[in-house]
Design a protein around this ligand. Structure first.
Ligand SMILES: [Fe+2]
Length: 359
């Protein structure tokens, strides 16, 4: 994937939910229409959608990709051999050991044997079903080598990746993202991407949502500013590779199972693109926390970075929340968070610092 410094100089497009556009070759984007009879540079026009065609405009997600070869030109998908065996996308009593007890885990060891991002993924918990398009899964990954001559595609849902150790160099169809511990990356359903590990042994968390997409939370009385600012979200700029890549493998996750298809070219052959359905990243240190200034603790929802809504007002499928370094000031208030029993489930992961050592 080029020299070690190539991703340090990446340029990004800033904003959340924007209608972005990017071209790696000047003039590669058609003007005035999306699918001309002949595209510039004889590229193939391809739409990728994240919502139904008829979704309301404020929710509608789709992008147009202009690529050297159509992505459909691959051999049929077959179940991967060996199967993965550590991923779930349906959660019920038959396949889980659910317990009402609170659990905590030590950091997971990173394996010595060669393991890439896909093989290093394993499901920790979840609810619902990818087939029913409602639910979520929480995975972790431990890996030590870059993906080689293959790309991953998740047909089940969107990934929100939280590296805890080691940077991720993620090549997507829209361009490249460098994601360091302290940053998060969102890879929407259906996008092909490959993960390189420039720092070797790596570990992190993944939140996956079925049938929904993340959005910025409403701010209510906080006002027009605060929490995560739209301009701090970064989408890639177009980047492509050309030429034959014999034996290239697309690994697709569908219903928690992996399927593979061979093709003789890189899927990262998108010369230009435009639209609002894109992979993106966010630096959690940019988060602007709000909190109490007199008495009592705020509810943790005050720290929501991104939320995936359900049809029920105010009920999230999954909220991604950060507890960043911040001042906690209050009078005659019990210092730690109040005792609580939530109707919704919490999954906490440490990125850096000490857990519960702030007294
Ligand atoms: Fe809690």
């Amino acid at each position: 994937m080029g020299d070690e410094n190539s991703l340090e100089e990446l340029s990004y497009q800033s904003g959340y939910g924007n209608s972005f556009s990017s071209e790696a070759l000047a003039g590669a984007l058609p003007h005035g229409q999306n699918s001309p009879l002949l595209c510039p540079y004889s590229l193939y026009a391809e739409q990728i959608s994240g919502t139904s065609f008829t979704s309301p405009r404020k929710l509608n997600l789709r992008s147009w990709l202009y690529r050297i070869k159509p992505s459909v030109t691959h051999e049929p998908f077959k179940p991967r051999v060996p199967s993965h065996g550590k991923l779930l996308s349906e959660f019920d009593r038959s396949n889980s050991s659910a317990t009402p007890t609170q659990l905590r885990w030590k950091p997971v060891e990173i394996p010595d044997s060669p393991t890439d991002f896909v093989d290093g993924l394993f499901t920790v918990c979840g609810a619902g079903s990818s087939f029913l398009r409602h639910g979520f899964a929480v995975h972790m990954y431990t890996a030590n080598k870059s993906m080689d001559n293959c790309a991953f595609c998740n047909a089940d849902g969107d990934f929100l990746i939280v590296p805890q150790k080691g940077r991720l160099w993620i090549t997507t169809e829209c361009g490249k993202l460098q994601v360091s511990p302290g940053e998060v990356a969102i890879l929407p359903q259906g996008f092909r991407f490959a993960v390189d590990l420039p720092d070797g042994p790596s570990r992190g968390y993944v939140a996956e949502i079925f049938g929904a997409h993340f959005q910025l939370p409403d701010l209510g009385p906080i006002g027009a500013n605060g929490l995560a600012a739209p301009r701090d979200f970064l989408a890639p700029t177009a980047w492509f590779e050309d030429g034959r890549r014999p034996g290239y493998t697309i690994v697709q996750k569908f219903g928690g199972e992996l399927f593979t298809a061979k093709q003789d070219f890189s899927p990262f052959n998108v010369v230009a693109w435009h639209g609002n359905h894109v992979p993106y990243k966010y630096d959690l240190s940019k988060f602007c926390p709000y909190n109490t200034v007199l008495v009592d603790h705020s509810d943790p929802s005050i720290n929501t970075v991104l939320t995936a809504p359900t049809d029920k007002p105010g009920v999230a499928l999954l909220d991604f929340v950060v507890f960043p370094p911040r001042w906690l000031v209050a009078e005659h208030t019990f210092r730690p968070p109040y005792y609580h029993r939530n109707c919704m489930s919490e999954f906490m992961g440490l990125i850096y610092g000490g857990y519960e050592v702030h007294f």
